[in-house]
Ligand binder design. Structure first.
Ligand code: PEP
Ligand code: MG
Length: 590
């Protein structure tokens, strides 16, 4: 690795797990402006024809990308290309462009470029992730069609190289779908979010990715050495020899645990002093269930269902949902599978819901609050989940609960779904468990009341940290302030664990905090019964649990509750983390 320049450390957001060491390959997505020529009156039809042909060709190409993605990754990932295919037929895109060609005597390329600019302006007035993703799709479509109209080479062809880390301002789904994980080691972008379509593809393809790095594109040059830590959400440009070695060691260590993960059988994580901790997986897509099982997961602690809503023009039907839920339940026939109902609002706005624009969407109609406005959507989902209960120990999780009234209203909706199925003679488990997610300080402090109304509680640490610290979890400029080790966090978690214990119900934790070794130690020590982490982190966290003593872990957590600063909380957790799982590794390793 080069040692000519001092290393630059950048913090972003983890978007796809894994550690990549490689060389920077910058990818720019700017399309040159279409020439400003006007066309003679008689040439209008020629331009209209050219536009039609370009659309046709783009649509064929996208269908091919979709088919290849389906063969390579599966139907859910392939559906990511549907919104783009639909855009090529969308009157807003097509008729708008044709109107400009006809009325303004401009080339097809110029007319299309104008229309795309207009739509981008129109859609860009909000910063909601789903709208941003739609913009990202629009950009992808623009590159494809305009490239064809201008006779440009495909921007998706990278050409030679190997061990590359793609650095870009932003990426697109069709670019990522074409990458070869043998050659492209990692991805690092200025913008983007974990929920972006391309990030979902990167996770499916197991290419490590970090998003929201702000200005990494401008900071890098082709060929520079770079490390992408998709687990921590950080990047090092020009790492020095020592740092590169540490990452290499960590990568080797992770792949060692991964290789030794039990094939197929769920495996208990037991501490050195014989305390068993339930370790489950978080899933974003049904296809991940198989991988989680291969990694020895004891079920699913959080199955996010928003993949069924992303980029759709219509709400997902009951059959499609039933298939997705039952496939996951069947993968874990004897373990708990916690399915979270749609967590919409905040940064997730599906196209089929006309949700009003809000000044503070994370403090707006979000999570369980949307159930009241959209009972039909949730009734269909609950019917599908109930039907899946016959395939395993399926449980239902409700996001962003603050009051017992919300749980009561949710249970009424569930009862309505049960009544319908009963009337139709469709089998389901009547005793399905319903749990509240604890994601706000209000919920944490009212955990005793919420526990009395719930069959289990699950702490969503991503949101709990966001709301406790008043730090927007999607604001890249505030990433350094988003700290789960602020003393307020262990105190809130401890309150929830205590409430669960008194009520005799399980308390689990399913945010990213559980996938950080110090976070896992803290949560366990505070009395959380089950941890749920993104499936690639299972081997590391299991190994950690096996290498520590619960006695030390509890002592450390007690120290963390009493700590007066973030640094003191971290210090309190050092002892249980110090027992190296392998000889020769220092606890300070990344
Ligand atoms: C959380 O908030 O911690 C959580 C698990 O839910 P999500 O990240 O989907 O909001
Ligand atoms: Mg949440």
């Amino acid at each position: 690795m080069s040692n000519r320049e001092p290393p630059t450390h950048l913090e972003g957001f983890p978007a796809s797990d894994g550690i990549a060491l490689g060389r920077v390959r910058r990818v720019d997505w700017q399309v040159p402006e279409a020439p400003r020529a006007t066309v003679p009156r008689g040439a209008r039809h020629r331009e209209l024809d050219r536009f039609e042909r370009a659309l046709q060709r783009a649509s064929e190409e996208l269908e091919q990308v979709k088919q290849r993605t389906e063969a390579r990754l599966g139907p859910v990932e392939a559906r990511i290309f549907d919104p783009q295919i639909l855009m090529l037929e969308d009157p807003e895109v097509v008729e708008g462009t044709k109107r400009y060609i006809s009325e303004n005597r401009v080339t097809a390329a110029r007319a299309f470029e104008w229309r795309m600019l207009e739509l981008t302006e129109l859609w860009a007035r909000t910063s909601h992730t789903m709208v941003l993703d739609r913009l990202n799709d629009l950009h992808d479509v623009k590159l494809r069609v305009l490239g064809r109209l201008l006779g440009l080479p495909s921007p998706w062809d990278l050409g030679g190289g190997g061990d590359e880390v793609i650095v870009a301002r932003e990426l697109t789904p069709s670019f990522v779908a074409r990458l070869d994980p043998e050659r492209v080691r990692g991805l690092a972008t200025d913008a983007g979010s974990r929920a972006a379509h391309w990030a979902i593809l990167a996770r499916s393809m197991q290419i490590p990715a970090v998003v929201g790095l702000g200005d990494i594109f401008d900071r890098t040059r082709d060929g520079q050495a770079i490390v992408v830590d998709g687990r921590a959400g950080s990047v090092v440009i020009d790492p020095d020899e020592l740092e590169a070695q540490r990452f290499e060691r960590r990568r080797t260590r992770i792949s060692g645990w991964t290789r030794h993960a039990p094939a197929g059988a769920p495996e208990t994580a037991v501490t050195l002093d014989d305390v068993a901790v339930t370790l489950r997986a978080n899933l974003d897509l049904p296809g991940e269930a198989r991988r989680a099982r291969e990694f020895g997961s004891q079920g699913v602690g959080l199955f996010r269902t928003e993949f069924l809503a992303v980029g759709r023009h219509a709400g997902p039907g009951e059959e499609e949902q039933y298939r997705a839920y039952s496939a996951v339940a069947e993968t874990f026939p004897s373990d708990a599978v916690l399915i979270r109902v749609f967590d919409l609002g905040g940064d997730k706005f599906p196209l089929f819901l006309r949700m009003p624009a809000e000044g503070n969407p994370f403090l707006g109609r979000r999570g369980v609050r949307v159930c009241r406005d959209e009972p039909g959507l949730f009734l269909t989902q609950l019917r599908a989940i109930l039907r899946a209960t016959v395939h395993g120990d399926v449980r239902i999780m409700v996001p962003l609960v603050n009051t017992t009234g919300e749980i009561t209203a949710f249970r009424e909706l569930l009862d309505a779904a049960k009544e319908q199925l009963q009337g139709e003679g469709v089998p389901f488990r009547n005793d399905v468990r319903v749990g509240a997610m604890i994601e706000t300080p209000a919920a944490a402090l009212a955990a005793a009341e919420l526990a009395a109304a719930s069959d289990f509680l699950s702490i969503g640490t991503n949101d709990l940290v966001q709301y406790a610290l008043a730090v927007d979890r999607t604001n890249t400029g505030l990433a350094h302030l988003f700290d789960p080790f602020h003393p307020a966090v262990p105190r809130l978690v401890s309150h929830v664990a205590e409430a669960g214990r008194s009520a005799g119900i399980e308390v689990s934790a399913c945010g990213e905090m559980a996938a950080q070794p110090a976070g896992a130690v803290l949560l366990m020590g505070l009395g959380v019964d089950a941890l749920s982490v993104a499936w690639p982190s299972l081997p590391e966290i299991r190994n950690l649990i096996r290498g520590c003593r619960m006695r030390d872990v509890r002592e450390a957590a007690a120290g963390a509750i009493g700590a007066s600063s973030t640094a003191a909380v971290r210090r309190a957790l050092e002892k249980p983390l110090a027992g190296p799982p392998e000889p020769g590794l220092s606890p300070g390793d990344p």
